[in-house]
Design a protein around this ligand. Structure first.
Ligand code: FES
Length: 136
């Protein structure tokens, strides 16, 4: 083996062994809160949407839900915890469905069917007057 070839192989081997182990592409189960609340809609918009409003906090897709039993508001991430696809609300089944690998989530984000093993993340919510604020 020529010296140049040997050194090239040795450098490639060193570079490969220095790479970190492959990590899962799954996003964290809870989004990193920045501490800042931002306006994501109004109570009127939520009521007009039937107490389930798709919106976003920052660039993250979320669904605001008014719980029928308590009237509490929750902000549910629509980023699937399995591999990061965007889940969609299916009114015919009253479930969130992931189009990538068919995970299903309850109306409040709990796993109904895998492969996802973590629930949809939630964000802190508060209301000031008519405005709904979510911590992104
Ligand atoms: S990304 Fe949603 S089930 Fe895989």
């Amino acid at each position: 083996m020529e010296r140049r070839t040997f050194l090239g192989l040795a450098a490639a081997s060193a570079a490969t062994s220095a790479l970190p182990a492959c990590k899962s592409a799954a996003p964290p189960s809870q989004p990193a809160a920045s501490g800042t609340f931002e306006s994501v809609g109004t109570l009127s918009q939520l009521a007009q949407a039937g107490d389930r409003l798709d919106t976003q906090v920052g660039t993250a897709p979320i669904t605001l839900v008014k719980k029928p039993d308590s009237g509490d508001l929750i902000a549910i991430s629509r980023v699937c915890p399995h591999a990061g696809c965007t889940v969609e609300w299916r009114s015919e089944t009253t479930l969130f469905a992931c189009p990538c690998h068919n995970s299903l989530f309850s109306p409040t984000g709990e796993v109904v069917q895998g492969p996802a093993t973590q629930p949809l993340a939630t964000y802190p919510v508060k209301v000031e007057g008519e405005t709904i604020l979510v911590q992104g």
